[in-house]
Design a protein around this ligand. Structure first.
Ligand SMILES: [Zn+2]
Length: 264
């Protein structure tokens, strides 16, 4: 996970889609107010390509490359229709199950691009991989109506709202992700997305880390165009567009003192 600066698009398509979302949100709020049955429409496919591009084709949580947009998931950071605790048991208030953050179901700002493993349940019940409807918060204070969420303190990292590297860091010794000073938000995020029990992620991070080290090792021995190519590659990596950038950034940090002044 790294920070993703998701700037809202200004295209006509986006604005039209947002208008549709706003209308659906208004209609939904009215149904809830009247105590009538309500459903949430899947309006998300229409903008999947946009989210895919903004996230550089990576899962926002595990940073794994998602080959094609259709293989990705539009994930609700605050779950839209049901909410469960860290252990996936239902959140209840006054005996009734939390009905989800329905008022944020159509908010573009609550949507994130993820891979299927990070979003959905799977057969690994022992490790309970995937976010599902889980949304742990501090002190179990859960918002149940619009606006209350400003008082919530989520225990899952939201990479569009905060820098994950304030909570987690790459461990070059084993390719794992560690929670900085064992903070809860970092530990819970690592657990829910299975960041250290998925071998492909561990291998991918090691590869990203090694790649940066190889480029820095090459730098003193190349001149002219060759040197520029290495510098360009490093600049590209610094942009965070590649998978497992958290590991690449860690390698860059290690070189920062000695070599980065050269990069400018
Ligand atoms: Zn993922």
């Amino acid at each position: 996970m790294i920070k993703i600066n998701f700037v809202e698009p200004t295209t006509d398509d986006w604005n039209t889609w947002k208008e549709t979302c706003n209308k659906k949100k208004e209609a939904l709020l009215l149904l809830v107010e009247r105590g009538e049955e309500w459903e949430i429409d899947n309006v998300y496919k229409a903008m999947k390509d946009v989210y895919y591009a903004k996230c550089c084709g990576k899962c926002i949580y595990c940073e794994k490359k998602i080959e094609k947009p259709y293989q990705s998931e539009i994930e609700h950071y605050r779950p839209k229709k049901r909410v469960t605790f860290r252990d996936d048991t239902p959140v209840k208030k006054n005996g009734a199950e939390h009905q989800g953050y329905y008022w944020l179901a159509y908010d573009w700002d609550n949507l994130l691009l993820s891979c299927q493993v990070c979003n959905k349940p799977n057969n690994d019940e022992e490790n309970k991989l995937g976010k599902r409807n889980r949304f742990p918060v501090e002190d179990n204070y859960y918002a149940t109506s619009p606006g209350e969420e400003t008082n919530e303190k989520p225990l899952l990292i939201n990479p569009t709202k905060e820098d994950p590297r304030d909570y987690i860091e790459y461990n070059p010794d084993n390719g794992y992700i560690d929670a900085i000073k064992n903070n809860n938000k970092g530990s819970i995020s690592i657990e829910i997305f299975g960041l250290n029990i998925r071998d492909d992620l561990v291998d991918g991070r090691k590869e990203a880390y090694d790649k940066v080290n190889a480029l820095f090792a090459k730098l003193p021995y190349v001149k002219g165009v060759g040197r520029q190519e290495v510098l360009d590659k490093l600049e590209e990596i610094k942009s965070g567009m590649h998978p497992h950038a958290i590991a690449a950034f860690a390698a860059i940090e290690e070189y920062k003192k000695d070599v980065l002044p050269v990069l400018g």
